[in-house]
Design a protein around this ligand. Structure first.
Ligand SMILES: [Zn+2]
Length: 765
């Protein structure tokens, strides 16, 4: 039974830890947006957001008339800032290997703010096209507007030494086409003297995050730390493992160095018609603008001519930016490992049992796995109660906060249960060493595999082991320091781990809350040393029960409050498909069939010809018969010629066309008896092979914003008999003459199949 004074001390330590946690979390919140009266040299979100009346008034995907209006506005604004902007129109594209080939006609915007004595240039980039399904106020209109505001601010203060190139790319949403076009046009310039600052969005609020530094980042650290963007090299390593891409991927492939800034919270309205100015957080715009403007100023006066080689590990610690060379990561992990070994050796001489440490460490996998399992279980439960949740693009719900709190509490409950159980078998020090064993293994593994994340384990290991060794060695028996040492690792663990946990929740969404929950158990376990003396076992039981009740309470509160309304409308997945070969037409959905609008249109499910949606064949698309529409123009595909090649393959030249309002046009080949060796479209080479899963239509190419007279396609093919080609034109909107529904205020079109019509027709050549 712990004595009163040590209990007070431990409670004090836990309270201190909580305060540190709150401070670490508060550091993540963006500050107040600056008004229109902010000093001219400073960034003002209010001034930036005013541009959105023109940039995000309407959906403006590449090639749409609305995108031309946005472009004209941006050109006029750049001229108004005293710059001489130019445009570059070209066909861009790339064979994406295992992913669908993409190409399109794009128009990039470029302007230069010349430096006084340039050593290189900064490429300040964002994309000005929106998704077909929404006005893109956050993605990426806010960042385009912010660049205008940054340039205005820079123009009114001391001129920069280096050139600042402003690039508004087109066609990002269609497959990073503008960035590819810029590189094709030689816009990457001298990679050794160019640094990209790219601005993106994957939500409508949240703090500015510098989530990716490409190329040698050592010379970029001053710019990363200049603003108060949240930065951690672990996100860089994790992002590399994900299939997501931004324009910066293309610039990195061209050899450029750069930083990627984005915001990721509130993803329910992302890529929907409700990504408008009303749903955009002005505090977020301020945070992004300040961070990127500070980075531009920093790099604007840096010597870009002699780039610093090497990479740094970096992270934000209580608002401070910390970084050190990556070559230190392995030695630091080994030093921490040594401290751990030494500490364990000291404690073993004073009675710590290695067998118990081993048992505790082995069983620690249980709370981590159970927390993860519960996370997945909670999501299945939520989906059962709220079928519309399955449609959320990023796995996050309308208002995920209560669910996130409930999940975190649940993770702590699992941790407490394990702790109660293991404490009957092992001492406080033995349990603390068991947790540190995990940190030791992870520190070493991460140092070699994901060096950007090794700091998360190395510092708690070093500080925890060091404190336990030092107090065992020098502190007198019964010293309060020795008692508190078992929890010492929790201070760096909370300061470093909490920002990552808070980032993970919006990044992976409640659907994958299992991941931050498992991480919570891992990092939270470093604090168990304080628990032993803070409360007797009976209190621990009480605390566990309270946490269970609180978790259930927050889950209930989430279910009660996380309802759709006009601000957070429920997602509706509905599309229209017309099969020109058979004359059949369908309503299509890939979402919640119980949703009233979908349920009404898809009253009698029917087998849908896969020709209508080969790109969605891997999704669960359901259809029902619909009246054909006279307003949907079927694609045309006519032959321009063909020739046999010496290697026995054959070349087919075709012209593919569609109606004037087409967003994109795709062609898929039946490769069951043929092999596509390669193809060119309007002069751009794309890959052959297979790049679509699901049906016989396993080779595909999508062309965004085709010219009025269509596109010219040359396919190199091998095989017997005629080649079957399926042309699919995609239009925005559902045909009124087929009885398209109008959505109520509290519903919104959600991808996939969001308010899109597909017209397909099969040809043989
Ligand atoms: Zn974007």
């Amino acid at each position: 039974m712990p004595d009163k004074r040590s209990a007070v001390r431990s409670c004090f330590a836990l309270a201190l830890l909580a305060v540190l946690g709150v401070l670490a979390a508060l550091g993540l919140r963006p500050g107040e947006p600056a008004g229109a009266d902010a000093p001219p040299g400073e960034f003002s979100a209010t001034r930036a957001i005013a541009h959105l009346d023109h940039i995000a008034a309407d959906r403006h995907p590449t090639g749409s008339p609305a995108n031309v209006l946005v472009r004209d506005y941006l050109l006029a604004e750049l001229r108004g800032l005293g710059l001489e902007p130019s445009t570059d129109s070209r066909v861009a594209g790339r064979g994406a290997g295992s992913r669908l080939n993409v190409a399109g006609s794009v128009t990039n915007i470029h302007a230069r703010l010349p430096g006084t004595a340039p050593t290189g240039r900064i490429l300040l980039a964002a994309h000005y096209d929106s998704v077909p399904n929404g006005p893109g106020a956050a993605d990426d209109g806010a960042n385009i507007a912010s660049i205008l505001e940054i340039v205005r601010g820079l123009k009114t203060s001391a001129p920069l030494r280096n050139d600042l190139d402003i690039v508004f790319t087109d066609g990002e949403e269609a497959g990073l086409l503008g960035a590819r076009g810029l590189v094709d046009a030689g816009g990457a310039g001298d990679p050794d003297r160019t640094v990209v600052l790219n601005m993106e969005a994957r939500g409508t609020s949240g703090p500015a995050i510098m989530f990716q530094a490409v190329g040698s980042n050592a010379g970029l650290m001053s710019a990363t730390g200049a603003g108060d963007a949240l930065a951690t090299s672990v996100s860089d390593d994790v992002y590399r493992l994900l299939p997501n891409d931004t324009d910066l991927t293309v610039f990195a492939e061209a050899g450029l160095r750069g930083l990627n800034f984005a915001f990721v919270e509130d993803s329910a309205n992302y890529h929907t018609p409700h990504d408008d100015a009303a749903h955009l957080s002005s505090a977020t715009v301020q945070d992004m603008g300040e961070a990127v403007m500070a980075a531009a100023r920093e790099l604007g006066d840096a010597d870009l001519g002699t780039p610093q080689e090497g990479n740094h590990t970096y992270f934000t610690l209580l608002g401070m930016f910390v970084h050190y060379p990556v070559w230190l990561v392995v030695p630091l992990a080994l030093i921490a490992l040594l401290a751990f070994g030494l500490s364990l050796w000291y404690h073993r001489r004073h009675g710590a049992r290695l067998g118990r440490v081993g048992l505790s460490a082995a069983t620690f996998v249980l709370p981590i796995a159970v927390a993860g399992g519960l996370g997945l279980g909670v999501w299945q439960l939520l989906r059962l109660l709220r079928p519309e949740y399955s449609l959320f693009l990023s796995g996050d719900t309308y208002r995920p906060l209560y669910y996130a709190i409930a999940s975190s509490l649940l993770a702590l409950v699992v941790l407490l249960v394990w702790y109660r159980w293991i404490r009957r078998r092992a001492s406080v020090a033995e349990v603390a060493f068991a947790v540190l064993t995990w940190f030791a293994v992870l520190a070493v593994v991460a140092a070699f595999l994901v060096p950007g994340g090794a700091y998360l384990f190395t510092w708690p290991l070093l500080i925890g082991s060091g404190a336990m060794a030092a107090t065992r060695r020098w502190a007198p028996a019964g010293s309060p320091l020795a008692e508190l040492a078992a929890g010492a690792a929790s201070v760096p663990a909370v300061l470093l781990g909490l920002p990552v946990i808070l980032l993970l929740f919006p990044l992976v969404g409640i659907s994958l809350a299992a991941i931050p929950m498992a991480v919570t158990v891992l990092f939270g376990a470093t604090a168990v040393g304080f628990l032993a003396t803070a409360m007797p076992p009976r209190w621990l039981t009480v605390a566990t029960v309270v946490a269970v009740i609180a978790s259930a309470g927050f889950l209930g509160a989430g279910l009660l409050t996380d309802r759709y309304d006009a601000y957070y409308p429920r997602p509706v997945s509905l599309g229209y498909g017309m099969d020109g070969t058979t004359g059949r037409a369908y309503w299509l959905s890939a979402g919640n069939l119980a949703e009233p609008v979908v349920a009404r249109m898809l009253a009698e499910p029917a087998d849908v010809a896969p020709e209508v949606f080969p790109n969605l064949a891997s999704r669960e698309v359901v259809g029902s018969d619909a009246p054909p529409s006279a307003s949907i123009v079927l694609p045309t595909l006519r032959t321009l010629g063909g020739s046999e090649l010496p290697d026995g393959s054959r070349q087919v030249s075709l012209r593919l066309g569609a109606g004037p309002a087409v967003d994109d046009i795709a062609v898929y080949a039946d490769v069951s008896a043929h092999e596509i060796i390669g193809a060119t479209v309007n002069g751009v080479t794309v890959s052959g092979g297979k790049n679509v899963e699901g049906t016989d239509w396993q080779w595909g190419l999508r062309y965004t914003a085709p010219p009025a007279d269509g596109i010219e396609l040359t396919i190199n093919v091998r095989g017997n008999g005629p080649l079957r080609l399926n042309a699919v034109a995609r239009y925005n909107g559902l045909p009124a003459d087929a009885g398209a529904p109008t959505l109520p205020e509290d519903a919104s079109w959600a991808p996939p199949l969001a308010n899109q019509s597909f017209a397909a027709r099969v040809f043989e050549f």
